[in-house]
Design a protein around this ligand. Structure first.
Ligand SMILES: Nc1nc2c(c(=O)[nH]1)N[C@H]1C(S)=C(S)[C@@H](COP(=O)(O)OP(=O)(O)OC[C@H]3O[C@@H](n4cnc5c(=O)[nH]c(N)nc54)[C@H](O)[C@@H]3O)O[C@H]1N2
Ligand SMILES: Nc1nc2c(c(=O)[nH]1)N[C@H]1C(S)=C(S)[C@@H](COP(=O)(O)OP(=O)(O)OC[C@H]3O[C@@H](n4cnc5c(=O)[nH]c(N)nc54)[C@H](O)[C@@H]3O)O[C@H]1N2
Ligand code: SF4
Ligand SMILES: [Mo]
Length: 723
């Protein structure tokens, strides 16, 4: 590890290291890439940076392996007689253009849809959004960030007036005496972040809410904090009960609520109904634990002279059909404690994908234009159309969220062609059986990827693109800081920079989109000017000089905004708008036939659909196949022993996997990670019920039954069957 700032370094041409960031999650750990002799062109080294402080997880360390994956896509592929066969770029792009033109002529622009990904750089996300709105003129664009951040975003927007992930630098966590983590497992999903929890742990103030005793929950052991293990899908009750105790014991920050919020009276009505004993009956967390936890959080709050507290949320509570309301309850708790906007305290979601944040800020979400503007807002349309040099009236209106978009594919009046950039929907979307059928109904599926993902294998045309270490761009990390991705090596074979691919496609439609990352960024900055996510004061030169720039960073306030809300919230009157919310049962609740809760999530060694990490030998060795976590009590009831093959059945599908018997899970709950494909995809089981506000699917809870299929040694390896 070297102590280098985020400056552009000498660069690969001179043989020096290239300063960049990890290809995977939103922590965006700083790396430097050094030219290597041997099959893998670069060696990854960790670099010091405030978020990771020289740390990385194994995915980051091994990221360079994906550059030379044995089946890396190195040439365009076109389906002929049922087989994907190599083609030239002209053949592939001419074909895509001709087919899209034909479909549009026959069915109109709404017959074409675009699906993006939160791993795309800001420049690519912006260009893909512009391609959809200006070139294809379709309202149908959304992205896999809908599966990830949408409930946290919706709740933050409605209460705080803006959604930036964390409203403060991650390093602020270090000084806190208490950190409440609801449904987040950073010890496996952002390991270097754990070092910022040391302060809270030393004060005994780390509180982890998770139905499993996750690696993060174990950090509360030995007096470092408390683990609350609620019934899946019941977090709203936990949060209302914690707030109830604050009210009941006069621990709220009354001055803060009076000066900085509206709506407290409405909230009180529901909060008062969830006294701890009633909450316990629903969420299973003992009333005493709820009381102690609320007092612990209050003691750390500034109003009681504490050293600071944070409320942080993760997918565990957000990926629910009432996720927006649950996040609202978390924000209410944070506001009742007087945390947001106070130095050393705060609220925020830990975001997910490398650029899940930037993806929606620059136009991948169905209802948003660059700068986090709403596409339905006439002033926003006029501004962005001005930058794009088009008539505002020519821009499409809002589309539909991802789950609905996928469901409409190939239906009467729905899209007949789909372009996918940076998502593996046949693994990661909820209820994938239905998604596979939907893709099968299309007239044309075009997938841009770096490897033959399960979605790419279904495509009519596959476009091989450069990845991470082979491209220039920017990413926006979990704290709203813009960081540079820099090119250290060339893409293999005929794989091309994705901006070039988008630009070449647009050219065939008679449009000029830049393929130069710096030029695209400058245009993006102008398009964002005056919007919520204002990047107009940010330039490559400033980032390359090592400046730490957090949005909003307007040209006239070029220092940017590391900490938001210090002087007010981003609402019309500067006050947070509290929203009264109440508990609802999950959409697919347990029954006599399906008496167990299934919850899904991540393991340390794999990333998302596994398209990248299932191609890295050391990660596959560490985590070769999925499993079903069951408690010893449940295993005993079902006659299941460690390693036995079990069948997990939901209303949508069934999955056979190996049982992992562990006391680290509630007896009424089964956990399955979702990183595997085909017959091993957890999403064969999950429900595609969505949150009415955010469109977030309910990945974290559905009803299942479990039965024993065979003994431990019956099948040595579980096989994925590719879709
Ligand atoms: N190793 C690894 N790291 C990653 C990723 C990855 O795929 N692999 N993906 C990145 C992305 S895109 C994201 S979004 C983040 C996600 O990061 P996290 O939110 O930390 O990840 P998850 O494992 O989905 O869920 C977190 C925890 O929620 C718990 N949980 C399940 N149901 C409930 C519930 O009803 N209530 C509560 N309170 N908890 C529940 C699970 O047991 C799990 O431990 O990770 C990022 N980092
Ligand atoms: N059951 C269950 N399902 C879930 C979740 C859960 O907790 N449980 N979590 C959800 C969440 S939070 C998320 S974020 C989604 C993730 O959903 P996915 O879309 O599956 O995410 P990835 O596996 O990262 O897929 C990205 C794809 O893009 C490719 N790729 C990587 N970089 C680039 C690039 O620069 N350009 C292009 N064109 N392609 C690239 C990768 O090879 C991969 O095939 O999954 C969701 N699905
Ligand atoms: S924590 Fe996230 S950003 Fe850091 S090395 Fe791991 S995957 Fe990469
Ligand atoms: Mo995510």
């Amino acid at each position: 590890m070297t102590l280098s700032p985020d400056r552009a370094t000498v660069g690969p041409r001179d043989g020096g290291p290239t300063a960049t960031h990890c290809p995977y999650c939103a922590l965006q750990c700083a790396q430097q890439l050094v030219r290597a002799e041997g099959p893998v062109p670069v060696e990854v080294q960790a670099r010091d940076f405030p978020t990771n402080r020289g740390g990385m997880c194994q995915k980051g360390w091994s990221a360079a392996e994906v550059l030379t994956a044995p089946d890396r896509l190195t040439t365009p592929l076109v389906r002929r007689d049922g087989e994907l066969v190599p083609a030239t770029w002209d053949e592939a792009l001419d074909l895509v253009h001709a087919r899209l033109e034909g479909i549009r002529d026959e069915h109109g622009p709404e017959a074409v849809a675009v699906f993006g990904g939160g791993g795309l750089t800001n420049e690519k996300a912006y260009t893909l959004g512009k391609l959809a709105r200006v070139v294809l003129r379709t309202p149908y664009i959304d992205y896999n960030g809908r599966f990830c951040m949408s409930s946290a975003a919706a709740a933050a927007n409605r209460t705080l007036g803006v959604d930036r992930g964390l409203a403060f630098p991650v390093t602020d966590l270090g000084g806190a005496e208490a950190v409440l983590l609801v449904g987040s497992n950073p010890a496996e999903t952002m390991p270097p972040l754990v070092q910022h929890l040391a302060g809270a742990r030393s004060h005994g103030g780390l509180v982890v809410v998770d139905p499993r005793r996750s690696a993060t929950a174990r950090l509360t052991e030995h007096g470092a904090g408390t683990h609350l293990a609620p019934v899946p899908g019941s977090d709203l009750v936990v949060l209302l009960a914690l707030t109830h105790v604050l009210v009941d014991e006069a621990l709220v920050d009354a001055d803060y609520l009076a000066e900085r919020t509206t709506g407290w009276e409405d909230v009180l009505a529901t909060v008062s109904r969830w006294w701890p004993e009633r909450a316990e009956a629903v969420c299973g967390v003992p009333a005493d634990t709820l009381r102690r936890t609320a007092r612990r959080l209050a003691a750390a709050a500034p109003v009681h002279g504490g050293g600071g507290a944070f409320v942080l949320t993760g997918r565990g509570m957000e990926q629910s059909a009432h996720g927006t309301d649950t996040v609202s309850a978390a924000i209410t708790l944070a506001l009742a404690l007087g945390l947001p906007g106070r130095r050393g305290s705060g609220y925020g979601p830990l975001t997910g994908q490398g650029n899940g944040q930037g993806g929606r800020e620059h136009g991948l979400k169905s209802d948003q234009l660059p700068g986090y503007r709403l596409i339905a807002d006439p002033a926003a349309r006029e501004h962005v159309a001005g930058v794009w040099g088009v008539d505002p009236g020519s821009l499409p209106g809002p589309g539909v969220p991802a789950v609905e978009l996928l469901a409409r594919l190939g239906t009467e009046g729905g899209p007949r062609a789909l372009l996918v950039h940076g998502a593996n929907v046949v693994v990661s979307a909820p209820n994938v059986g239905r998604v596979r059928e939907a893709l099968g109904r299309l007239d044309l599926l075009v997938v841009s990827d770096v490897v033959p993902s399960e979605t790419a294998r279904m495509a009519d045309v596959v476009l091989p693109v450069a990845q991470w270490a082979e491209e220039e761009g920017t990413m926006t990390n979990l704290e709203g800081r813009v960081v540079r991705r820099r090119r250290a090596t060339d893409p293999p074979g005929d794989a091309r920079d994705e901006l070039w691919v988008l630009s070449e496609l647009a050219r065939r439609f008679g449009h000029d989109l830049s393929a130069d990352a710096r030029e695209v960024f400058d245009e993006l900055a102008r398009a964002s000017a005056g919007g919520k996510a204002d990047y107009s004061g940010i330039t490559y030169d400033r980032l390359d000089a090592g400046e730490a720039l957090y949005w909003p960073c307007p040209a006239d306030r070029p220092a940017g905004t590391p900490r938001m809300f210090e002087h007010g919230f981003a609402t019309a009157d500067g006050r947070a708008r509290l929203v009264a919310v109440d508990h609802r049962d999950p959409a697919d609740d347990v029954t006599g036939d399906r008496p167990l809760f299934l919850t899904t999530g991540r393991v340390l060694h794999h990333y998302q659909s596994g398209a990248q990490t299932r191609r890295v030998a050391e990660l596959v060795d560490a985590a070769p196949e999925p499993f079903a976590e069951l408690s010893p009590l449940l295993a005993d009831t079902l006659g299941v022993a460690e390693g036995d093959l079990v069948r997990v059945v939901s209303a949508r599908g069934a999955l056979e996997l190996r049982a992992r018997v562990t006391s680290a899970i509630r007896p009424d709950t089964v956990f399955v990670p979702f990183h595997w494909a085909g017959a091993l995809s957890a999403n064969l089981l999950t429900s595609d019920a969505t949150d009415p506000v955010s469109g977030m699917p309910e990945f974290k809870v559905c009803a299942v039954s479990v039965e024993r299929v065979a003994a431990r040694n019956a099948r040595p390896v579980l096989e994925e069957v590719h879709a």
